[in-house]
Design a protein around this ligand. Structure first.
Ligand code: IVH
Length: 708
């Protein structure tokens, strides 16, 4: 078979398996085999760029090219739907349609997905373009980003029309939304308020590699074109499904208002179990010729209407307002409410956003607040019942001027709505939050130490700062009382008037902590203490870039930390860097540069770094790993890494394996060539490797093998 045919065959097979996996939910090959096929195609495409095809399955991984979007006119304008909120309004819609049509008609009832809309054009069965709604007349061309969405087929199967458009909603499933927000929280990036904002924000990213990593979904619900297969919208959607398109699955043809009401009532409850956000039902006259008869008003079709679900709302009395202090010192006002039932959970607290919101509500203690839990996870206060106010109304709520924990005057950064406590090194939640960040998996990855341990150590004066970690001893830990998570001090309980200072000693001897809570009888045992000391020891292998990330320099997330490490190569150059040097680094702007300078101008941070340096942490990039040359010494050998190592980290070994022409494999099988074994490796892996006669090598053996 010649190369071109082989490439085409691979593309066909990969499209088919993509369809089986993402559309049919019936995969017939393993992920590994799929990846192998993809790798083969990628290699061939690199080798033979003349056979490039923008719809090749390899194009889904996204490209690094960043470009602003071009705009394209919509062939058919992208209109919106008029909204209704009651079944009576639905009845009126049906009557209006009936009086124009003067004949029976069917209604297709379907879910109204709450994402961002997009119009896909397929020509000759290939995805040609994807355009956002924009102003309804023209939108942004986001084809490259949409191509990264696995549920959007690049190539169709079956008897599709030569050219057609299909519109739908781009969504971020709840699970992905939660994951993304957790990740953003860790990176100190602003959180997305709801999946809709997250989906539209993601679709507009310039770097499609990041888009690819976010696992968007597309659900399609409206087909347009001059040669559609049927006069029925319902039938067309079913056809689209046969061509491999991910269409809305929950459609129901209704003959009368009773059918519609049953559909609405069912989904009003059942939608809570869907993986994506919905905010209502769409009702469409099913016949396309009848749709044409009904036509459009300037803004919306006369043949369709949206019925919006009531955002669940409850009323509750405001009992107090708390001010939380976050890891970065940000102050968040939270309303404490008389507990109420809302969307299946009991709500006691609701977000009050910031000072501006409190002012806008003219909020008073005792106010009856309207609370909603719409697309958002955190309930929010959407209004106040002013009529319910009486002479018993309590005090006006004002924003605090001093930190509720350490009493430092708060500051407001230019252009930001929030207030911060600037006492980074002296305010307990900030110091403790930074320790939790320091030990976290993506930073120093100190196994066996979690927020509970940090809490216990902090409350008992065993740790006052992350730099204390490396001088911990077994003796110091053993018998330290353990705090259960239920005892963990809850900053949300702090109101501006109940601050009780409690000071503890150490390098940062003026940290204000919380009043001690009831202590449990549990204590750290010698076994656990030994484990903790061992993982702290192991963390000394963590590469420089992750140490930079672990330091908690405000606004320095993982990506920026990596770029700083690569650019400056060691901590002394980073500390000495001037503003101009810093903004020279990719992704570092004014805000980050200033924050880095601030961080290193605080003597306490410099002392911490010295302590960490003396403890043996990596404060320069690993020349061997970073400057190692490519080779094919390992000649495609499959290597499984297991356990912990002393000379390099696992990530570095993975990098070295690939750099030297080997393959990283996650589990031992008969195809494994070597098992690179460190300390504490899993006994089952070892047993399996022995059974299969796989060569077990130490890190020294491995370094010898690659001539280092
Ligand atoms: S049909 C002429 N069907 O809701 C409009 N729209 O405000 C045809 N939407 O722009 C749209 N689910 O972004 C249709 N099943 C569904 C939908 C849906 C969500 C969105 C869409 C539309 C907006 C209307």
């Amino acid at each position: 078979m010649d190369i071109k045919n082989h490439i085409e065959e691979l593309r066909r097979e990969l499209h088919r398996h993509n369809d089986l996996y993402y559309i049919e939910s019936n995969p017939t090959i393993s992920d590994i085999d799929f990846d192998k096929m993809m790798k083969e195609l990628q290699d061939l495409e690199n080798q033979y760029p003349e056979y490039y095809d923008s719809n090749s399955p390899t194009q889904r991984v996204g490209s690094d090219i960043t470009s602003s979007f071009s705009q394209q006119n919509h062939k058919y304008p992208m209109l919106s739907l008029s909204n209704t909120y009651t079944i009576n309004e639905v009845r009126e819609f049906l009557n209006r349609a009936s009086s124009i049509l003067k004949e029976p008609f069917k209604i297709c009832a379907e879910l109204k997905y709450d994402g961002t809309s997009v119009s896909l054009t397929y020509i000759d069965g290939k995805l040609d373009s994807a355009v956002t709604r924009g102003d309804g007349e023209k939108g942004d061309v986001v084809t490259a980003n949409v191509k990264t969405i696995r549920t959007v087929p690049l190539i169709l199967k079956g008897d599709y029309p030569q050219e057609f458009e299909i519109r739908g909603e781009i969504l971020l499933p709840w699970k992905e939304f939660d994951r993304l927000n957790k990740e953003r929280e860790a990176q100190e990036e602003p959180l997305f308020a709801n999946p809709r904002n997250a989906a539209s924000g993601t679709l507009k990213l310039q770097n499609s590699k990041i888009v690819a990593s976010r696992k968007l979904e597309a659900i399609l619900y409206y087909m347009l074109g001059s040669e559609l297969p049927s006069d029925s919208h319902y039938e067309n959607i079913k056809k689209a499904q046969e061509w491999g398109l991910n269409v809305s699955k929950h459609l129901k043809l209704c003959d009368n208002i009773e059918d519609i009401e049953t559909f609405i009532n069912y989904w009003d409850k059942e939608r809570k179990n869907l993986p994506v956000a919905t905010d209502g039902i769409v009702l469409k006259v099913d016949s396309i010729s009848q749709q044409q008869k009904l036509g459009f008003t300037a803004k919306s079709p006369r043949w369709a209407i949206a019925y919006k679900f009531q955002a669940e709302r409850a009323e509750s009395e405001l009992q107090s307002v708390s001010f939380q202090v976050g890891r970065t010192g940000i102050i968040t006002p939270v309303a404490n409410l008389q507990p109420i039932q809302l969307s299946g959970t009991i709500v006691k607290r609701a977000s009050l956003y910031n000072e501006d919101a409190i002012k806008a509500f003219d909020l008073h203690i005792g106010d009856i607040c309207y609370v909603e839990k719409g697309g958002e996870i955190i309930p929010k206060i959407v209004g106040i019942d002013l009529d319910a106010r009486n002479e018993r109304l309590g005090a006006k709520v004002t924003f605090i001027s001093h930190c509720p924990v350490c009493n430092t005057p708060l500051i407001r950064y230019e252009g930001e709505a929030g207030y911060y406590c600037p006492n980074q090194n002296g305010c307990a939640p900030q110091v403790k939050g930074r320790m939790e960040h320091f030990i976290s998996r993506r930073a120093m990855n100190i196994d066996g130490v979690g927020p509970e341990t940090i809490d216990s150590f902090f409350a008992n004066g065993v740790l006052t700062n992350y730099s204390d970690l490396y001088s911990l001893t077994v003796e110091r830990i053993v018998n330290c009382p353990r705090i259960k998570s239920s005892d963990i001090y809850d900053y949300e309980d702090y109101t501006s008037d109940n601050t009780k200072d409690q000071k503890i000693g150490g390098l940062f001897d003026n940290i204000v902590t919380q009043p001690a809570k009831a202590k449990s009888n549990r204590r750290f045992t010698e076994l656990i203490a030994n484990k903790i000391i061992k993982s702290i020891e192991n963390s000394k292998n963590v590469p420089f870039e992750r140490v930079v990330y672990a330091l908690s320099i405000r606004f320095v997330g993982e990506t920026v930390a990596k770029k700083l490490a690569k650019h400056f190569k060691d901590i002394d150059s980073l500390i000495a860097a001037k503003y101009e040097d810093l903004i020279d680094v990719e992704d570092v702007g004014d805000r980050i540069a200033k924050s880095i300078i601030d961080f290193f101008s605080d003597n306490r941070n410099l002392i911490s770094i010295e302590i960490l340096r003396n403890a043996g942490l990596k404060f320069k990039i690993d020349e061997i790993v970073d400057d190692a040359e490519k080779s094919d010494t390992l000649n495609g050998a499959s290597i499984v890494i297991s356990g912990t190592f002393t000379k390099h980290s696992r990530d570095e070994y993975k990098h070295l394996i690939e750099l030297n022409g080997g393959k990283n494999i996650s589990s031992v099988s008969s195809k494994t060539d070597y098992l690179l074994a460190g300390d504490n490796m899993g006994p089952s892996k070892l047993e399996k490797a022995n059974k299969l006669g796989i060569k077990i090598i130490s890190e020294d053996d491995f370094l010898k093998m690659i001539n280092q």
